[in-house]
Design a protein. Structure first.
Length: 112
């Protein structure tokens, strides 16, 4: 399991750094944080967020939330709600297969 680095997006603009996805990663959760997945493989992927306990206020599936990452040019932005916090300020994200899959964790936290 890899701990993904959060890219802080600044007001002037920032290009996040994408890294190869692992079958299981952890990422920071909270306000204005997203996991951005890209897929260049010919097969779709399933990205799963582990929800530690209980239902979320967003009426999402409990205990885990699944997203489909499209094939070839698929891109997926997943909000990392604080409901996904495993008690460490992070969540666990798994991907069904990782060939052709990259990920960046972004945080848009500037103050205007």
């Amino acid at each position: 399991m890899a701990a993904l680095t959060t890219n802080n997006i600044v007001y002037a603009g920032t290009a996040p750094t994408f890294e190869s996805a692992a079958l299981s990663d952890t990422a920071e959760v909270g306000k204005n944080k997203f996991a951005v997945y890209k897929n260049t493989d010919a097969s779709t992927r399933t990205v799963t967020i582990d929800v530690p306990t209980g239902n979320t206020p967003y009426t999402e599936k409990d205990p885990d939330v699944e997203y489909t990452l499209a094939a070839n040019t698929g891109e997926l932005w997943i909000p990392l709600h604080s409901d996904y916090d495993d008690g460490t300020g992070r969540c666990t994200i798994t991907v069904s297969a990782i060939a052709g899959v990259t990920v960046a964790i972004v945080h848009a936290g500037w103050v205007e």
